[in-house]
Design a protein around this ligand. Structure first.
Ligand code: NDP
Length: 341
């Protein structure tokens, strides 16, 4: 038996709507001795992401649901504590799908596990702006949005982990970038810190009018993060030839029956100018993982990409932080500091 004691957050039961505290359980779980080719990792940072909510449902998706009693899925930054692998040394920092837990054991050929090529940016950025959410922004915008100089690009959940990067990349491509976010504080940040041209507060009560005013030439690219009423307002303003990377639709993730939801595809089809739109998953470009991570890390180091984080501390706090993120309580990339080095 290992000398380390692991605590993990498991799915106790499937939520009905917003996840409640008793949908989760924190368990002590034994850690086995390492077999040849395995590493023992201590989690330093846990990434919390909206996709984890649909995984709690028992429904078909691009990824299998989390089983009842199973550890909540999640990507982490960790440090190798013990190694029986020639590929990893004690002290190596890695990103891996370790789950919501303090320690984990992985074979050294585990899928989507990478050694961090450190460049001096904060470690947790490899979960955010230089990590999965940064790559999501990069691939969705460049591969599906296909930005051109002068395009009007609208981004929802604009202050968030993905949205904040999309807008800054859009500016690099010469687009006019309009954010949509919840509340004046988030909108102020999106314009003043992230450099968007304008930001519409969808909670202010005049979404359609405010968006129309911010986009006098219509919308060429809409980066979809939220769905629902925001997408309905965008759909009326799309130009002929517009493109919509459908990244996610977080406003519906807590709905009790996702099969009854009007999806972004359904809403966009009602537009006077239906766009070229498709749902994508960032792993479609997995072979570009390393080069894109390095590119994003360099932009962060050079001050060309900025971001904000909401940080919870300790494994217990992962649950309220996750619940809050699904209703917009986070401000920027939601992380949990599991252990300081
Ligand atoms: P964020 O950091 O943007 O956090 C979620 C945000 O969603 C909240 O801060 C909130 O912002 C907004 N939100 C929550 N509820 C609502 C609502 N009812 N209506 C409108 N907005 C709402 O998360 P991410 O950047 O990590 O994720 C953004 C989207 O990207 C999600 O849909 C996610 O599933 C998707 N995604 C997809 C990936 C892919 O490969 N396709 C990979 C990663 C993420 P506000 O306060 O402004 O409303």
């Amino acid at each position: 038996m290992s000398q380390y004691v692991n605590r993990a957050v498991v799915l106790a039961k499937r939520p009905n709507g917003e996840p409640q505290n008793d949908d989760f359980r924190i368990e002590e779980q034994p850690l086995s001795e390492l077999a040849e080719g395995e590493i023992l990792v201590r989690t330093l940072w846990l990434s919390l992401d909206p996709y984890m909510r649909p995984r709690m449902n028992d429904m078909k998706s691009y990824a299998a649901p989390t089983p009842i009693g199973g550890i909540m899925t999640g990507e982490v930054v960790g440090v190798v504590m013990e190694s029986r692998s020639a590929n990893y040394a004690v002290g190596d920092r890695i990103t891996a799908y370790g789950g919501w837990q303090e320690y984990f054991v992985k074979p050294d050929d585990a899928p989507m596990m990478y050694k961090i090529q450190e460049t001096g940016i904060p470690l947790q950025a490899y979960l955010g702006a230089a990590g999965m959410t940064g790559r999501t922004a990069y691939f969705g915008l460049t591969e599906i949005g296909k930005p051109q100089q002068g395009d009007t690009l609208v981004v929802s959940a604009a202050s968030g982990a993905v949205g904040g990067i999309v807008g800054q990349l859009g500016k690099m491509h010469g687009c006019k970038v309009i954010g949509i976010a919840g509340g004046s504080e988030k909108c102020k940040f999106v314009v003043e810190e992230l450099g968007f041209d304008a930001c519409v507060d969808y909670k202010a009560g005049n979404l359609e009018k405010d968006l129309q005013q911010a986009c006098p030439n219509g919308i060429d690219i809409y980066f979809e993060n939220v769905g629902g009423d925001v997408t309905r307002a965008v759909a009326t303003l799309l130009n002929e030839g517009s493109r919509v990377p459908i990244c996610g639709y977080v406003s519906n993730y807590n709905d009790t029956d996702l099969s009854k939801v009007q999806t972004p595809q359904d809403i966009l089809a009602t537009s006077p100018h239906p766009p070229t739109a498709r749902f994508f998953v960032q792993t479609e470009w997995q072979e570009q993982h390393q080069q894109t991570t390095q590119k994003l890390a360099q932009w962060i180091k050079d001050g060309k990409l900025v971001y904000r984080e909401s940080i919870a501390e300790g494994i217990e706090q992962s649950i309220p932080a996750f619940q809050g993120m699904l209703t917009g309580k986070n401000f920027g990339k939601q992380l949990v500091l599991i252990a300081a080095e």
